[in-house]
Design a protein around this ligand. Structure first.
Ligand code: ATP
Length: 232
């Protein structure tokens, strides 16, 4: 097990953004996390990454209790992430963004940075300042930055948001080519992308776990249909 989440909760006053959620990921597993707006998906990613502290529950990563560990230490242990709004240093070149994200000696890494950029289709943009990249390219850059940290778990928060259809197709190819030993937890509203990518799908609704199953099971799940229809 690379990730085990038990009874995880996060309250904001009376609102339970996440309420007693359990989740287990195997090394290399491709898991999608879906659910309607406000279901608690980003909250769960932020709790696993350490950007938020839980008000209940426990998070184990690679056999260690990381529940109270600061985000930078979790990153060093192998938890990489991207954000709903790409977090890049706009005045640095694409290559320097990857170098900074890698948090390792620069000399050895300069060639590596170019490899990471090539892996996400940005080989020709290495010297371009990140602020001058398109939204889609900044998303690709953030993925290269996350991969430069050699993650064993990659948390991807709505990577298709704001992308045009050809860019979503490119993203699907990049996701399919991710290293097979890296577990991925993908939060995404674009269901075609989710169903093409995931081994299993977990569905949250109003902060609660309502379903985990294969893509086929998820497609025919009445709980999932109800959650999306707002019936429940
Ligand atoms: P979306 O698909 O719209 O991004 P989500 O499933 O990622 O939604 P979250 O962003 O995790 O949902 O939010 C879950 C709930 O927690 C929502 O009701 C949201 O309004 C609430 N929430 C999130 N952050 C805060 C905060 N800082 N203060 C108060 N409530 C918050």
């Amino acid at each position: 097990m690379i990730l085990r989440v038990e009874g995880l909760g996060r309250r904001y006053g009376d609102l339970a953004a996440l309420d007693g959620v359990a989740l287990e990921l195997q090394p290399g597993e491709r898991r999608a996390l879906i659910g309607p707006n406000g279901a608690g998906k980003t909250t769960l990613l932020n709790l696993v990454a350490g950007a938020l502290r839980p008000t209940a529950g426990r998070i184990d990563f690679a056999g260690r209790d990381v529940t109270r560990m600061p985000p930078a230490r979790r990153a060093r242990l192998g938890i990489g992430r991207t954000h709903q709004h790409p977090a890049v240093w706009p005045t640095l070149s694409a290559a320097d963004n990857v170098l900074v994200a890698a948090r390792r000696p620069w000399g050895r890494l300069r060639a590596g940075a170019r490899e990471h950029l090539a892996a996400v289709g940005l080989a020709d943009q290495a010297g371009v300042t990140a602020g001058a990249l398109s939204h889609g390219q900044r998303r690709q850059l953030e993925l290269a930055m996350a991969l430069a940290g050699a993650p064993r778990l990659l948390l991807l928060d709505e990577p298709a948001a704001g992308l045009a259809p050809p860019e979503v197709e490119l993203l699907a190819g990049l996701l399919a080519a991710l290293p097979s030993d890296v577990a991925v937890l993908l939060v995404e509203h674009h269901l075609d992308l989710v169903y093409g990518f995931a081994d299993r799908v977990t569905v949250l609704h109003s902060g609660r776990h309502v379903h985990t199953g294969t893509v086929a099971e998820t497609r025919r799940s009445p709980e999932v249909a109800a959650a999306y229809a707002g019936v429940k």
